[in-house]
Design a protein around this ligand. Sequence first.
Ligand code: HAM
Length: 424
Amino acid sequence: MSKVIQSIRGMNDILPEETPYWQFLENAVREILSSYGYGEIRFPIVEHTELFKRSIGEVTDIVEKEMYSFGGEDNLKYSLRPEGTAACVRAGISNGLFYNQTQKLWYMGPMFRHERPQKGRYRQFHQIGAEVFGYGGPDVDAELIILSARLWKKLGLNPSLEINSIGSIETRGNYRNALLSYFTKHKDQLDADSLRRLERNPLRILDSKVPQTQDLVKDAPIMSDYLSDLEKAHFAGLKNFLDDASIEYTVNPRLVRGLDYYSLTVFEWLTDKLGAQNAICSGGRYDGLVEQLGGKPTQAVGWALGIERVIELMKQANTSIEIQKLDLFLVSGNTPELKREAFRLSEGLRDALNGVKLAVYCGEAGIKSQMKKADKSEARFALILGEDESASTTVVLKDLRQRAAQETIAQKDLIKVLSERLAS
Ligand code: HAM
């Protein structure tokens, strides 16, 4: 026997028993986002590596060690997208979407990061993201958060919200200097990763998961002390909108996010039900990014949720999702003539009964074993076409979910009978 080829570590198959959750979530997002006036955008899975380096930042986990890159002399020409924001901005600039217009966009699809796989953290994972361009006020920041809260409600989830403001690039420069001098004073207590980040990006030290560094972070300078009056007003404005919408939140002054493009508002929806991978949806404002990537200055804000994590939570919360079951399962005698008749009959039913979910048995089994398959399929009714039925142009209708007696129905009446039964 040939050697079996395994799937790649951290990249999962999503099987038919799982996909109803995905479809339910995708439909809920589609419904809510379109009701708020957001349009769907689709962009490629592969982009120039340069795009992610210039947007996410050279000194970030993603760019330093997590991208799948290939092509060119140093194999750094193209990368599988590790996230959607940079690609969405690139697509917006390429297609002139930011000229004299605002945009409210959303997307979904696979993202790739070469992280150490564990529960809730995968190398191919899926995000749904929303990005808004051309609005500078806190109202859109709030709208994005409020519509995500609406999504949690629809999914029966109850995550908690953390928000923070990390100010403008200028404010962050001052804050950066304050952090630099604080952490330099305590250099001997920093872990190796944080030490490496000290000169290039000390804000990222606030994100460190190393306990000893976390202790040090507790007494580090706080961003809010460095915000300008305008930045404080933006943050206060956001909080007012959230209060008006009765959305609970905690201000976490240490929340900085692991990507470099953010300014002002940052936020995360967190859960205590998924272990270490506790963020289900994260985002913030990134007013400088469009210009940084060659577009004209355009204010922007967005979020992305991790589909795998949200689905795990839905399962834990027993979110009731509608599983689309078959209406009919057609079984027939195992002869070429009866099979052809079954196919003709089933196509006629599909033409006449709009949206009917009908499976026809394909294969070489006898009626008895086909009936077992019909039962297992969870279809509501079985239709049976044997020699006798064919001879009398009838078909047997059997309710598989109730113990009612089976009925013989003339084929000419079948559509009428089924429309009545399926409607009840
Ligand atoms: P992010 O925090 O890197 O932000 O990812 C957003 C969400 O994707 C996370 O909250 C998490 O739920 C999920 N996620 C991230 N990495 C993994 C992984 N390896 N396995 C499973 N799920 C994962 C961004 O990507 C930004 N682009 C968000 C954004 C949009 N900011 C503004 N607009």
